[in-house]
Design a protein around this ligand. Structure first.
Ligand code: AMP
Ligand code: ZN
Length: 493
C-alpha cells in the first residue's frame, strides 16, 4: 500500500480554475513537465521561486509513493527578445555582445543554474532536455500541423493559423482569452507582415543571414519558434497526454496557450490534465524580471553583497521564506520578511535538535496522529506549505514544553513526531539543518579572522616562517590577505 492511496490530493487546475481531486492517467505514475530557464543570463530569485515551488511539489508527490517522471527543459534556442516572433534570439544576442559562441553562453548559464539549484538543495529532474537537442522532433510536429491544415508557410517561415484553429478548437481556454478580444487588443508589430493575422505565432522562422543558430528544414535554414520545443519534448518524454504541466504565471499566455494549440493541431488531443502556475516573486512591489533589471541574483542574497538587504541569508532560510507563502500567491522579497523567516527557521531547527534528547513517557496531550494528518491535509490541499509550516510550529512549541517537562509523550508517539517532522522539514520542504544564525559566508569570514589572529601572534613571536605559511596557503585556496595600517583584511578571489 502506497501513501497516496490513503491521501486525497487536490490540485488547483488553472485550466478549470478550480481545485480538483488529483487522479493520474496511469495509477501510481505521474508525468510532470515544467518549463525551464532560458539560459542567456544568471537565474534571478524569481526564477528560483518558481522552480522551488515545483521542487517541493515533486518532493511531495514522490513522498506519497508516486513514481514521478519530472521533465524540466533548458531553453537554448528559439526564445526571441520580448517573447515575441520578431527580434533577436536572446542567446545569440548575448553571444554577439560578448563575442563568444552561443553554446558558450548556454554552457555558462546552464552551469550557473545547476550550481544555484544545488545550493538550494533541489532534487534533479528525471530528464533535462534541451531545445537544440530536439530540432528533428520539432520539425516533425510542424509537418503534422501543416498536414492537418493549421499552419501555413510564408517566405521560408511557418506560422500557426490561430483563426483556422479557432474554427474547430478553442484558442484561449487556458488564459480565458477570447480570440475576438485578442483581435481588438493586438498591436501589429513591424516585421510581422508575413503573418495572415497578428495573433498567429511562429512555428519555424527563416534565419536572417546574421542569425548564427540555424538548422536545415523543408522550409528554410532557420530555427524553431519558442513555444514548439515544450510541445516536442513533453510529448516525446511524457506522451501525447500527461498529468501535470507547470511554469510561472507569466507563461500562461501566450506560451502555454500555444502549447495546447500545437498539441491539439498536431495530435488531436489536449495534452495536459492539470495545468499549474506558480505566482510571481516581487522586489519592492514590482515583479522581478530580467528584462526590467528589477532583480536580485541568488549569489547576491547568499553573500549579502547587494544594495537591498541588510545581511547574507542561508539557502535554507530563503527556501523557508518561499515556503511560507502559497506557491499561488504573489510574494514580495523583503528584508523584514527574510529576517522573520530566519528567526522562524532557527526556532524550528532548535526544536528538532531538542527532540533528540526528549524522554518518552506515558501520557500525552497533543494528539500526534491527528497532528500528523493535519500536516498531510495541508499539503493535500494544493500543496499549502504555509499551513503545513504553521503545524510544524505547533509541534515546535510542544517540543519545548516536553523539554521543560510540562508535557510528556509515549515512545510510539515520540517516534511518529520525529518521523513526521523529518519527512516534512527535510524531505518535502527540502530544508537543511545546517543554517544557524550565521550563513556560510559569515562562518568563512570568522574562520579567516581566526587565521589572521594566529598570524599576528606568529609575527609577534618573530615566527615569520609560520606567518608567511598562513598567508601563502590561504592565497593558494584563493584568499588574499592584505596588510594595511588598520590591520589585515582579506579578499576572496
Ligand atoms: P525564463 O528563463 O525567463 O523563461 O523564466 C524561467 C521561469 O521563471 C519561468 O517559469 C518563469 O515563469 C519564471 N519566472 C520569471 N520571473 C519570475 C518571477 N518574478 N517570479 C516567479 N517566477 C518567475
Ligand atoms: Zn515551455
Amino acid at each position: 500500500m502506497q501513501l497516496y492511496q490513503s491521501q486525497s490530493l487536490k490540485i488547483y487546475n488553472s485550466l478549470s480554475g478550480k481545485k480538483e481531486t488529483f487522479k493520474p492517467i496511469n495509477e501510481g505514475h505521474i508525468g510532470m513537465y515544467v518549463c525551464g530557464p532560458t539560459v542567456y543570463s544568471n537565474v534571478h530569485l524569481g526564477n528560483v521561486r518558481t522552480f522551488m515551488s515545483f521542487d517541493m511539489i515533486f518532493r511531495y508527490l514522490k513522498h506519497l509513493g508516486y513514481k514521478v517522471r519530472y521533465v524540466r527543459n533548458i531553453t537554448d534556442a528559439g526564445h526571441l527578445e520580448n517573447d515575441a516572433d520578431v527580434g533577436e534570439d536572446k542567446i545569440t544576442k548575448k553571444a554577439r555582445l560578448e563575442q563568444i559562441e552561443p553554446m558558450e553562453v548556454v554552457q555558462r548559464y546552464t552551469v550557473d543554474f545547476h550550481n544555484i539549484l544545488n545550493t538550494f538543495n533541489f532534487l534533479p529532474p528525471s530528464i533535462e532536455p534541451t531545445a537544440t537537442g530536439h530540432i528533428i522532433e520539432q520539425i516533425e510536429l510542424i509537418k503534422n500541423i501543416i498536414d492537418n491544415g493549421f499552419a501555413y508557410v510564408v517566405n521560408g517561415s511557418v506560422y500557426f493559423d490561430v483563426h483556422k484553429f479557432n474554427e474547430t478548437n478553442k484558442y484561449g481556454k487556458l488564459s480565458k482569452r477570447k480570440l475576438d478580444d485578442l483581435i481588438h487588443n493586438t498591436r501589429t508589430l513591424d516585421g510581422q507582415s508575413d503573418k495572415k493575422n497578428p495573433q498567429d505565432f511562429a512555428l519555424w522562422k527563416k534565419a536572417e543571414p546574421q542569425h548564427i543558430m540555424r538548422w536545415p528544414s523543408p522550409w528554410s535554414d532557420g530555427f524553431p519558434g519558442w513555444h514548439l520545443e515544450c510541445t516536442a519534448m513533453s510529448t516525446k518524454y511524457l506522451g501525447e497526454q500527461f498529468d501535470i504541466h507547470g511554469g510561472g504565471m507569466d507563461l500562461k499566455f501566450p506560451h502555454h496557450e500555444c502549447e495546447i494549440a500545437q498539441n491539439e493541431a498536431a495530435l488531436g488531443k489536449s495534452p495536459v490534465n492539470y495545468w499549474m502556475h506558480a505566482n510571481m516573486l516581487e522586489l519592492n512591489g514590482q515583479r522581478m524580471s530580467k528584462s526590467t533589471g528589477n532583480t536580485v541574483n541568488p549569489h547576491e542574497l547568499l553573500s549579502g553583497d547587494n544594495k537591498f538587504f541588510s545581511k547574507a541569508y542561508a539557502p535554507s532560510v530563503i527556501r523557508f521564506f518561499i515556503a511560507q507563502s502559497s506557491y499561488r500567491s504573489v510574494l514580495d522579497l523583503t528584508d523584514d520578511g527574510l529576517l522573520a523567516s530566519e528567526k522562524g527557521f532557527n526556532r524550528l531547527m532548535e526544536a528538532m535538535n531538542l527532540l533528540g534528547g526528549v524522554q518518552a513517557s506515558k501520557v500525552s496531550s497533543l494528539d500526534i496522529e491527528s497532528w500528523k494528518q493535519k500536516c498531510y491535509d495541508a499539503m493535500n490541499d494544493d500543496f499549502n506549505s504555509p499551513i503545513l509550516i504553521a503545524h510544524l510550529f505547533e509541534a515546535a512549541k510542544y517540543i519545548n514544553q516536553l523539554k521543560e517537562g510540562s508535557e510528556t509523550l509515549t515512545s510510539e508517539d515520540l517516534n511518529i513526531l520525529k518521523d513526521t517532522l523529518n519527512t516534512f522539514v527535510f524531505d518535502v520542504l527540502g530544508l537543511e539543518n545546517n543554517a544557524s544564525n550565521n550563513s556560510g559566508t559569515d562562518k568563512l569570514s570568522g574562520a579567516v579572522d581566526v587565521l589572521i589572529k594566529l598570524r599576528q601572534e606568529a609575527r609577534a613571536n618573530k615566527d615569520f616562517a609560520l606567518s608567511d605559511k598562513i598567508r601563502d596557503e590561504l592565497a593558494e585556496v584563493g584568499i588574499q590577505l592584505k596588510d594595511g595600517k588598520d590591520g589585515t583584511t582579506f579578499s576572496i578571489q
